[in-house]
Design a protein around this ligand. Structure first.
Ligand SMILES: [Zn+2]
Length: 256
């Protein structure tokens, strides 16, 4: 049951004819791990907390730098030098006290990563490097959790959901070879702030879809956007039998 205050707070999304009270309760009861509290993680965490997601784990091992401020809207002038996860948790807690926030201020890896992934229903990847993306993919496969993955650099972005437990492809089915993916990071390639903001906002929408079942999600599909021209396309990702992370012959241990 939702309280009168909750009904008031979320009334505008509950007005949608097909967004039910049950969906709102699913959001309230959901735990989501947000990895990366930067350009993608900022709108992602804000919109998830604002929509009524009950628990967020915010993870980022970096500290806020001045070069982050044009796009990482969780952080401001006074946060320079501060842990991004701590800065993010403080803003989310202040604005959305109903959202219970945990923070990881170290880089999430190995056993800590496995534990964090196991404790949530869904993982949202807003990181900017492939070793972390691949590690998150393996942890999600092992734990049987869906992974909502976004990326943005320059004027381009992409968004997808990988759900191996649900019969779908994984992130490595898209990028099977180490180094095959061209690592586009904002640090090396630049980005306009609103570009990464659009992708982080779409990522929040996708998380809400996967958690509730509302609308059509991007399971095993990649939405590709070039916001310079507004060109967009969606490609299907097939599960690969020879995928290094989810392919056949790996047994239950997935070989890592
Ligand atoms: Zn795979």
């Amino acid at each position: 049951m939702l309280s009168d205050r909750e009904l008031e707070q979320y009334s505008r999304q509950l007005m949608l004819p097909d967004f039910t009270l049950e969906y709102q309760e699913l959001l309230r009861d959901a735990w989501v791990l947000v990895v990366g509290c930067g350009g993608l993680g900022s709108p992602l965490a804000i919109y998830l907390a604002a929509a009524g997601v009950g628990r967020l784990i915010l993870a980022d091992g970096d500290t806020v730098e001045r070069t982050n401020l044009h796009r990482q809207i969780l952080h401001g002038e006074g946060d320079i030098g501060r842990s991004k996860a701590a800065s993010a948790a403080a803003l989310i807690s202040a604005h959305y006290p109903d959202c219970r926030v945990s923070q990881f201020t170290e880089r999430l890896e190995d056993e800590a990563l496995a534990q964090a992934v196991n404790s949530v229903q869904l993982v949202a990847d807003g990181t900017d490097n492939y070793p972390t993306r691949f590690a998150l993919n393996r942890a999600c496969i092992r734990a049987g959790k869906p992974l909502v993955s976004a990326a943005a650099a320059r004027s381009e972005g992409q968004l997808a959901t990988f759900d191996v437990a649900g019969g779908g492809a994984c992130y490595r089915c898209l990028y099977p070879r180490e180094g095959a993916a061209t690592a586009l990071s904002c640090r090396d390639n630049g980005v306009l702030g609103p570009v990464v903001g659009v992708l982080g906002t779409l990522q929040a929408l996708e998380v809400i879809k996967v958690l509730t079942g509302w609308g059509e999600s991007l399971r095993s599909r990649v939405l590709m956007l070039d916001l310079k021209t507004y060109a967009q396309s969606i490609i299907q990702v097939e599960r690969r039998a020879d995928c290094p992370d989810c392919g056949e012959g790996l047994g239950s241990g997935f070989g890592f």
